[in-house]
Ligand binder design. Sequence first.
Ligand code: AQP
Length: 339
Amino acid sequence: MTQTTFTPRAFSGIKPSGGLTLGNYLGAIKRWVAMQDDGMETVYCVVDMHAITVWQDPAELRDATREVAAGMLASGIDPARSILFNQARVAEHAELAWIFNCVARVGWMNRMTQFKDKAGKNAEKASLGLYAYPALMAADILLYHGTHVPVGEDQKQHVELTRDIAAKFNHDYKVDFFPLTEPVIEGPGMRVMNLRDGSKKMSKSGDSDMERINMLDDADTIAKKFRKARTDPEPLPEAPADLADRPEAKNLIDIYAALADTGAEAVLAEFGGEGWGRFKPALADLAVDKLAPISTEMRRLLDDPAEIDRTLAAGADRARAIAAPVLARTYDIVGLLRD
Ligand code: AQP
C-alpha cells in the first residue's frame, strides 16, 4: 500500500464544561495561537458534545460555549485564519464517532486513565458517553484529517488512541485514508496543577474556585488565589532538579515560567534561595499583566453573544466543507449506502 502524504493541519478543542482556566490557556490556547501564527492550517473547536458526557445545565452550557469561544478569540485565535466553531453545529462529528465506536475495542477504552480519574469509584454510574469520549475525540481530529494535535500532557493517551483507531480503520478496510496523528506537547506550564493540591491538574469543574485561576478572574482575585496557593515551608530552590518532590512549588514556578515565556531555570536564577514573600506577589503581578488584556477583551465580546454565535456559525460552515466529504468517503469505504 502506498503511503498518502497528508497536508499538515492542526485540530484541537476545549470542552465548555465551565469557564476557561489558566490551564486551558497555558496548556492549549497559547500554543494554538502560535501554530496559527506560524501559518499552519488550524481548526479549533468548542467541543460542546464532549461537555455533556457529564451533566450540564443547558443555560450554563450555552454561556460556557460562548465564554470558551470568547477566550479563544481574545487570546488571538483569528477566525479569518483559523476555523473556529462549536462541535454541535457540525453533525459529522457524531456520525463519524459512531463508526469509530465500532472500530475501537473495549479493551482500549478500558485503559484510558482519564475515564478512570473522572468516573472514579462510580464508574457504573458514569454515562456511556464519558466512556466512549475518546472515539468522539478521534472523530473530531480525523474528520479534518488532522495531522497535529496540540494538547496538554493529560490528553496524550487520547491522541495515541486516535492513532490506533486510524490504523485499525485503514488496516480493516485496506485503505490509507486516515492519517496517523501526532500529539504536540511541549514547553513549560504544559500541565498546570491545582493551586491547593499539586498532585491534581487545574480543572474548570474542580470543587473549589480557590484551586484554579479563571480567565475572567479580576486582579484582586488572582492575587488572593496565588497568595493562598499551597506551598511548602522551604525557600525556592536554586535549580529545577530540586523541585522534583515539591509539586506545589514546581507548579507555581512553571506557571511563572510559562507566563514569562522563559524556563524554570531563569525563574530560579531570579528567585532561588528566597522565601515565597517576594515570589507570590511577583507571580500575581505577572499573571494580571498577561491575563488582564485577555479578560477585558473577553468581557467586551461576551457583551454581544449574537456576534459570537455568528462567528461560530460561519466557522461551522467552513468546517463542514472539509468534514462532509471526509464523512461521505468514510461511509463509502464502510459500505453504508447514502444519497
Ligand atoms: N491544567 C491544565 N494544564 C494544561 N493543559 C490543560 N488543559 C486543560 N486543563 C489543563 C488543556 O486544555 C485543552 C482543553 O481541555 P478541556 O477543557 O477540553 O478538557 P479537560 O482537560 O478535561 O479540562 P478540565 O478543565 O479538567 O475539564 P473538566 O473540569 O470539565 O473535567 C486540552 O488540550 C487540555 O490538555
